[in-house]
Ligand binder design. Structure first.
Ligand SMILES: Nc1nc2c(ncn2[C@@H]2O[C@H](COP(=O)(O)OP(=O)(O)OP(=O)(O)O)[C@@H](O)[C@H]2O)c(=O)[nH]1
Ligand SMILES: [Mg+2]
Length: 358
């Protein structure tokens, strides 16, 4: 099945997620429009905040040049078996490959056990047959019922809080996500609540412009991030916008003060709106350390979904399995490049196919 579906906004009073086909959204027809003077046009300063009005997304730079616009991501995942073969007679070699692919020792043993049981029942013994069984085992294990982004409920705006350690791809993900939602006709406001460094605001502003999203930023470095989140929600309510996405500063999971700050941001948002999603962004190349991060953020911030980024790099992907098994938190989105389109909804069977390399 295709790896990507639009959350096309319904034109009813109570918006809800309606994953449709891979149809090209209306907004895409606008590609090629110029962005003359877009950067600062419409920027206004109101009592301690800068609000930058969106301009129509154009054909500009962020677009992926690497995947031809295709949203299929199986081919972008690094196969576990590149350069490695396993012995169909002795599945301990498969177990080793799974461990090297970041499954962790217990998970690898469990996957091999299941493959063995099915292979025996079906009389499968060749490497190709066993790989096909492995795909089935992995895609069944990775399937989760609550995979879709929560764009439901009668009250707008839906607020997405995006959290994670430094440099994992939070801001890039927000840019991709905002563009994708905007193409599905959702009106998006981005809150630049990473006030830690000035460059962070510039970076998210560039993404907001690409995505056609309104940006709400603080006026001074180090401004209370919760105040920016509050203002972003307030602005979205005034605008009757659909979605607010809050960018936060990267923080190490063992820095208690910074983790507590996430609680404060959430409480402030909740004065006026509900947090629909708290998305933890994880860099797939960090392997099993991702689980340590996920546990800490789950505890401190109550995460509702994981975004796995950099799946295009040296990532091995097995961490997805461990996180879902151990935390019960679904991987909702994956990022596989730096371009605005290098982003997809996680689809278990595609991911399994990519991992096994079929
Ligand atoms: N290859 C690849 N690079 C990515 C991906 N996502 C983000 N990056 C790159 O990773 C780097 C960090 O991305 P950011 O979006 O700035 O990460 P961040 O989590 O916002 O970082 P901080 O705000 O500093 O904590 C940038 O160079 C991005 O271009 C991805 O899916 N694949
Ligand atoms: Mg950032």
């Amino acid at each position: 099945m295709a790896g990507f579906s639009w959350f096309k906004k319904k034109t009813t009073d109570a918006p809800s997620a309606a994953p449709a086909s891979d149809a090209t959204p209306a907004g895409v027809a606008q590609a090629g429009a110029t962005q003359a003077g877009a950067a600062q046009a419409g920027a206004t300063a109101t009592a301690g905040f800068t609000i930058v009005e969106p301009t129509k997304p154009g054909s500009e730079t962020g677009a992926s040049t690497t995947n031809g616009g295709s949203r299929s991501f199986a081919s972008r995942i690094r196969s576990m078996f590149t350069g490695a073969k396993f012995d169909a007679e002795d599945l301990s070699t498969l177990e080793d490959i799974l461990i090297l692919a970041d499954f962790g020792v217990l998970a690898a043993a469990e996957v091999v056990r299941q493959v063995k049981v099915i292979a025996k029942a079906e009389g499968a013994s060749s490497e190709a047959e066993l790989k096909a069984i492995l795909v089935r085992v992995l895609s069944d294990a990775l399937d989760a019922p609550n995979r879709a982004l929560n764009l439901d409920g009668p009250n707008l705006p839906y607020v997405f809080l995006v959290v994670g350690v430094n440099g994992v791809g939070k801001t890039t993900t927000i840019g991709k996500l905002a563009k994708w939602l905007a193409e599905g006709d959702w009106q998006v406001v981005i809150g630049a609540a990473d006030t830690f460094r000035a460059a962070a605001v510039e970076q998210v502003a560039t993404w907001a412009q690409r995505a056609g999203a309104k940006l709400v930023a603080g006026e001074t470095d180090g401004q209370d991030p919760a105040s920016v989140a509050f203002k972003a929600v307030e602005t979205a309510i005034e605008d009757k916008a659909d979605i607010v996405i809050i960018d936060t500063a990267g923080r190490l999971q063992n820095k208690q003060g910074l983790m507590d700050e996430l609680g404060k941001i959430r409480r402030v948002i909740e004065k006026n709106a509900r947090v629909s999603e708290t998305l933890l962004v994880l860099d797939a190349t960090t392997g099993q350390n991702g689980l340590v991060q996920a546990k800490a953020f789950a505890e401190a911030a109550g995460i509702t979904g994981v975004v796995l980024t950099k799946v295009d790099g040296t990532a091995k992907g097995g961490i997805v399995y461990t996180i879902q098994k151990e935390l019960g938190v679904p991987v909702k989105l994956i990022g596989f490049g730096e371009g605005v389109n290098d982003f997809a909804v996680f689809v278990a069977d595609q991911f399994a196919l990519g991992l096994v390399g079929q």
